[in-house]
Design a binder for this molecule. Structure first.
Ligand code: UD1
Length: 413
């Protein structure tokens, strides 16, 4: 459990280094289960979700060794992760189902139920594995897939990130050719495909809506550095937008953040892209409309931080959350701090420009927690942000410390 005490911080200045991406590292760790020889991942972030995934891999029989920020994964003799608590803690543990089925002819994983932001079913994962020849079932919280996998033609009802990753990993060792249509196009999918290709997989079309995978008999290990975290960079860019000053986000990839950068420019921010990363100046002056979509649309993971920005900017902003059904819990806390936000189903209307006041608020999920930490920077008085479940540390490496490095007045208790 953590509590953050946040005081007004009107000016942020300086540089922050962007870490490697949580959402790229987790699937790549699952992908390491496909490899006969060790995988070394460089520069992995210190996040509790990464620790949990390491536990999941260990429960699957892999050896996970960390030296500094490097992680070595040896997936020799694999087994089913029976009774592992970490599996039930982490939604991304569904990503070991495809690799286990591909390596062992069977995968069995007990998953958490619905979570705060939505139900998060896994029907698309399971239907895809069935098309590849697996016998699939989901009884209670246990999902299983069994059988020798062969290539097939898969259409995803929705371009689910996790389902695309799971099916891609299953298909690289399946006999023959697999086509995945309406695949997710997120940069993390491209990164996973690049990693698997470096291990000897044959994949075409990563980053487009159609993936074509020619199965190979086995994969070898490799050394790999995952992409920078576009959500961490985007969150810090939103922090810049609610304060004055000038910050450089070293290593941030603007090509992964186009939708956010368009919106920040529309608010009146100055955004410059150069070889070092992203430079942000000024602050958000005008409200903007935001519709979350699959990549390259506006990322749902930045909807909450962007709502904090729109509380600062003057005028009306309309949000439409199309990816998750219950992702406005931060709106309740922001309203308690004095924001004018009305939500109705998947829509939220923000009348920006109100003065926020510090209050005791709670991080109900990872990105909501980050949004409230940012809100504390522009609120008058003290904001006490309680993060009982440690949501923020799951996905941001010392976000408070990074903001403090830029001049924010935050302390963690
Ligand atoms: C990933 C990211 C998460 C991000 C999300 C959307 C990781 C570890 N997490 O989550 O941060 O918010 O993408 O960009 O990378 N769905 C189904 N059936 C399925 C699978 C998904 O109905 O079988 C629905 C979900 O309930 C949700 C939507 O599809 O409404 C998107 O989910 P998905 O893209 O799968 O997200 P995740 O991979 O879980």
């Amino acid at each position: 459990m953590s509590t953050y005490l946040i005081h007004p911080s009107p000016v942020l200045h300086g540089e922050a280094q962007i870490n490697t991406s949580k959402n790229a590292v987790l699937p790549i760790m699952a992908g390491a289960l496909l490899c006969q020889s060790p995988v070394v991942l460089h520069d992995t972030p210190a996040l509790t979700d990464v620790d949990s995934m390491a536990e999941v891999l260990t429960a699957c029989g892999a050896r996970v060794e960390r030296r500094g920020r490097d992680m070595r994964i040896t997936a020799g003799d694999l087994r089913q992760p029976e009774d592992a608590q970490a599996v039930q803690r982490l939604r991304a543990s569904i990503l070991v189902l495809g690799p286990l089925c591909a390596r062992l002819g069977e995968g069995r994983v007990a998953l958490p139920g619905g979570c705060a932001i939505g139900q998060r079913p896994i029907d698309i994962h399971l239907r895809g594995l069935k098309t590849l020849g697996a016998e699939v079932s989901q009884e209670g919280s246990v999902a299983s897939a069994k059988g020798s996998l062969a290539g097939g033609s898969i259409y995803l009802d929705f371009p689910s990130v996790g389902a695309t990753e799971n099916l891609l990993m299953a298909a690289v060792l399946a006999r023959g050719v697999t086509r995945i249509e309406n695949a997710a196009k997120e940069p993390e999918i491209v990164d996973l495909a690049d990693f698997l290709t470096a291990c000897g997989a044959r994949i075409l079309g990563a980053g487009t809506g159609t993936l074509v995978i020619d199965g190979v008999r086995q994969l070898r290990g490799t050394e790999y550095t995952p992409i920078p975290d576009r959500i961490e960079a985007g969150t810090l860019a939103c922090a810049a937008a609610i304060t004055e000053g000038s910050i450089l986000l070293r290593g941030a990839r603007s090509d992964h953040l186009r939708a956010l950068l368009f919106k920040l420019r529309e608010t009146g921010m100055l955004v410059q892209e150069d070889s070092r990363g992203l430079c942000l100046r000024g602050r958000a002056k005008r409200g903007v409309d935001v519709r979350t979509l699959s990549y390259p649309g506006f990322p749902t993971d930045l909807q909450a931080p962007m709502m904090t920005v729109c509380c600062k900017a003057k005028g009306q902003s309309v949000f439409l959350e199309t990816i998750f059904e219950n992702r406005y819990m931060h709106a309740v806390a922001l309203s308690r701090m004095g924001a004018d936000i009305r939500t109705e189903g998947r829509m939220a209307v923000v009348q920006g420009g109100q003065t926020l006041h510090g209050a005791a608020v709670e991080a109900t999920d990872l990105r909501a927690g980050a949004a409230l930490m940012l809100a504390g920077l522009m609120a008058q008085g003290e904001t006490r942000l309680l993060d009982e479940a440690g949501h923020i540390d799951r996905g941001y490496e010392h976000l408070d410390e990074k903001l403090r490095g830029l001049g924010a007045d935050i302390c963690k208790q």
